[in-house]
Design a protein. Structure first.
Ligand code: GTP
Ligand code: MG
Ligand code: ZN
Length: 278
């Protein structure tokens, strides 16, 4: 008889798989998976036998490359307002890859006790789901955010040191390791090392190691359709395939010029467009 479960953690060749009845099995991959070069990742639904050999991976509903996870419903971008300092272009890059894959996205702005709240209001006005958090106040009201995470597989992403694990601990009453950032370098110490699913009641969260720089491997036309907040205007652009750059009669550019579109958002879009592949 085959059992079914979800990969919650991958550690040096072993896969921790949780079944519906909340039991965790430590499995090894079958030889045939290896020869087919099929590698189970966190979030995968898999089948295994009594001999604790993982023999099949079910078809993925979604697949995110960075962090590498399967079947997530929603991505939570965690950005600190300070320490490490807030970067508009980094957030716009994160948003572009996630919206390119058509996954739901939430932005959590942490360290509101340390930094200026302006970025929160900027993205709120662009129509994004935004939350302002101070992780040090353990009794803070996390209820609204929890409601957004319910009944979904959520993955946290963001730079090292922004407070992903601190937020996880607060939301799910855990005590996973966190660490001070290096004030000299202004960045985190890569405290979380593995990708892992945690759950409490009906909330499932994948915590991930932080990362900083990355390349956006989107073409120009892919990029232009990955800015969902431009969509209400791009319908009125003269050309269907408008890149909102040098084209005439572009509604997105008009909204930028009249100040309805967040300035940094459009300017970062143009920067990314210049770097994007044809
Ligand atoms: N002042 C303040 N400090 C915070 C807040 N959130 C997190 N921190 C601190 O920031 C540091 C880094 O937090 P972590 O939760 O380890 O960050 P992380 O994003 O998980 O980092 P990696 O695991 O390296 O990717 C810790 O010292 C936290 O106590 C906050 O809202 N305000
Ligand atoms: Mg962490
Ligand atoms: Zn346009």
């Amino acid at each position: 008889m085959l059992k079914k479960g979800q990969v919650i953690k991958v550690i040096s060749g072993f896969f921790d798989v949780k079944t519906k009845d909340n039991l965790v099995y430590r499995l090894r991959g079958s030889g045939s998976l290896r020869t087919k070069k099929l590698l189970p990742i966190v979030g995968d639904y898999v089948l295994f036998k009594e001999d604790l050999i993982l023999c099949e991976i079910e078809k993925r509903n979604s697949y995110l490359i960075r962090p590498k996870v399967a079947n997530v419903d929603q991505v939570v971008i965690v950005m600190s307002l300070s320490q490490p300092s807030f970067s508009y272009i980094l957030l716009d890059k994160f948003l572009a890859i996630i919206q390119y894959q058509e996954l739901d996205v939430i932005i959590v702005f942490t360290k509101m006790d340390l930094g200026d709240n302006k970025p929160y209001f900027d993205y709120l006005s662009q129509g994004f789901k935004c939350f302002l958090i101070n992780n040090l106040l353990k009794n803070e009201n996390f209820i609204d955010l929890k409601n957004e995470l319910k009944n979904k597989l959520n993955v946290f992403t963001g730079q090292s040191g922004v407070g992903k694990t601190s937020l996880l601990n607060n939301l799910l009453n855990l005590n996973e390791k966190t660490n001070d950032i290096s004030l000299a370098l202004g960045r985190g110490k890569h405290t979380t090392r593995v990708v892992e699913i945690f759950e409490l009641d009906d909330i499932k969260i994948i915590d991930t190691p932080g990362f900083g720089k990355f390349d956006l491997e989107l073409t120009k036309s892919q990029l232009s359709t990955s800015f969902f907040d431009f969509k209400i205007w791009s319908k009125k652009c003269k050309f269907i395939s408008c890149l909102h750059f040098k084209e005439e009669d572009c509604e997105v550019k008009r909204q930028y010029q009249n100040g309805s579109l967040l300035k940094t958002r459009y300017e970062n879009y143009i920067k990314m467009l210049m770097e994007a592949k044809k």
